[in-house]
Design a protein around this ligand. Structure first.
Ligand code: SF4
Length: 402
């Protein structure tokens, strides 16, 4: 199974598949043109990249990556493509030769050339939660973080620290901002007000709910502004994990190194979701993004609290199970409605899943494994109509008129 380093990436929001992926593809294409006498560059956005690319800012981010080459960006709504996030670059050179490269943005900021297999760094000898448990049992290991360190090397801690620190920086900077988010929807940023309101509440579960929600909104609002985001596992769902961990940092006295280990354990669980089902809303609906983020967050909280590997699985499973069937229908193509609020809800949901794992799992044998729920998620996503998979053609995106 691939490395956690393939899951967590930092880059410009608001969408890992619609901005980080295309941005990386454009930089690669640009790199290949370094010594070429370029006359003209054309970028064609196909599938979901055409249908919701404007709302996600795909055209703007590609132009930024190709600054100086004055690319013409075309939205192609007609040509059928094998992957819904396909981007084609072509450069006309002096003398008439044309260089063409096509990439697929396959989710979480990962890209691959069309027609070629995705070749990530593979470091684990298992790719399911059952595989992890079997490995741990065979090796007398009880600590999931030590398994990560065994396969990824000690440097994984530094990588995790960098990613978590970036998430916290984005969150805390966004908590100081307000105003209207970019785009036609004119959505008001509310994280700052939510935070200030929560701080005035007496210590209670209501205060906790509002603080975690404010933290999730803060990251999601930063994402909507196109700021630097860490894919956890995507930009659209990037508020969930930092929200629950920042709460632990600020309110519960957890240290940053403790949080980094928990963050990486949650990330490992999310790599199972990526490998066995998928994490792209355009492919499997929002259950794949927000459901995976909730499993990530719940697993991290369980590990942080010292729960067993069985309880970590329970928390991750419960967090995903109750998002099964969730569609991806961003209004007007902007990762704002329902996405920002959904991050807040998912963070609270993940916290509840952690509590269930802590207080229910010891007395009830789980009937549904994490691997089972991933199979169900994949099957459900594949049966979803295209309208409900990040095309902006169905669900809230069709009904809500802003
Ligand atoms: S609805 Fe969910 S999957 Fe779709 S863009 Fe929003 S957060 Fe991402």
């Amino acid at each position: 199974m691939e490395s956690i380093r393939e899951l967590l990436r930092a880059g410009p929001g608001p969408s890992s598949s619609h901005t980080i992926g295309p941005y990386r593809a454009a930089l690669l294409f640009r790199h290949g043109l370094a010594h070429e006498p370029v006359v003209k560059v054309r970028v064609t956005l196909c599938g979901s990249l055409a249908l919701t690319g404007q709302g996600h800012g795909t055209d703007a981010i590609v132009k930024k990556a190709l600054e100086g080459l004055s690319p013409e960006v075309v939205f192609d709504f007609e040509t059928p493509v094998a992957h819904p996030n396909t981007i084609i670059f072509s450069a006309e050179l002096e003398g008439g030769e044309t260089i063409t490269r096509a990439f697929e943005s396959i989710g979480g900021g990962a890209i691959k050339p069309v027609g070629q297999p995705y070749q990530p760094r593979v470091v684990y000898p298992f790719r399911t939660f059952d595989g992890l448990k079997a490995w741990m049992e065979a090796h007398g290991e009880t600590d999931v973080y030590r398994v990560i360190e065994h396969f990824e090397g000690e440097s994984i801690f530094g990588f995790g620290s960098e990613m978590l620190q970036q998430s916290f920086d984005t969150l805390s900077m966004s908590l100081r901002q307000g105003g209207i988010l970019p785009g036609r929807l004119q959505v008001q940023a509310v994280a700052r007000q939510m935070y200030q309101t929560a701080l005035k509440l007496p210590k209670s579960s209501g205060r906790r709910t509002m603080l975690i929600s404010a933290f999730a909104y803060a990251v999601s609002e930063a994402n909507a502004r196109g700021e630097k985001i860490v894919t956890a596992p995507t930009c659209g769902a990037a508020g969930v994990v930092p929200a629950v961990l920042y709460y632990q940092y600020r309110e519960c006295g957890r240290t940053f190194p403790e949080l980094v280990k928990a963050f990486l354990v949650g990330a490992l669980v999310c790599v199972f979701a990526k490998e066995e089902a998928g994490i792209s809303g355009a492919v499997l609906g929002c259950q794949a993004e927000i459901g995976s983020a909730a499993s990530f967050a719940a697993a991290a909280l369980c590990y942080l609290d010292g729960l067993s590997v069985g309880q970590i699985e329970y928390g991750a499973e419960v967090a995903m199970e109750h998002f099964l069937g969730l569609t991806c229908d961003p209004v007007d193509g902007y990762v704002q409605i329902p996405c920002i609020e959904r991050n807040g809800m998912a963070a609270i949901h993940a916290y509840t899943a952690y509590l269930y794992a802590k207080y229910i799992a010891p007395y009830k044998k789980a009937k549904v494994s994490f691997d089972d729920v991933l199979k169900a998620m994949k099957e459900t996503g594949e049966k979803m109509s295209d309208e409900l998979r990040e095309t902006g053609l169905g669900g809230l995106a069709r009904v809500v008129k802003c």
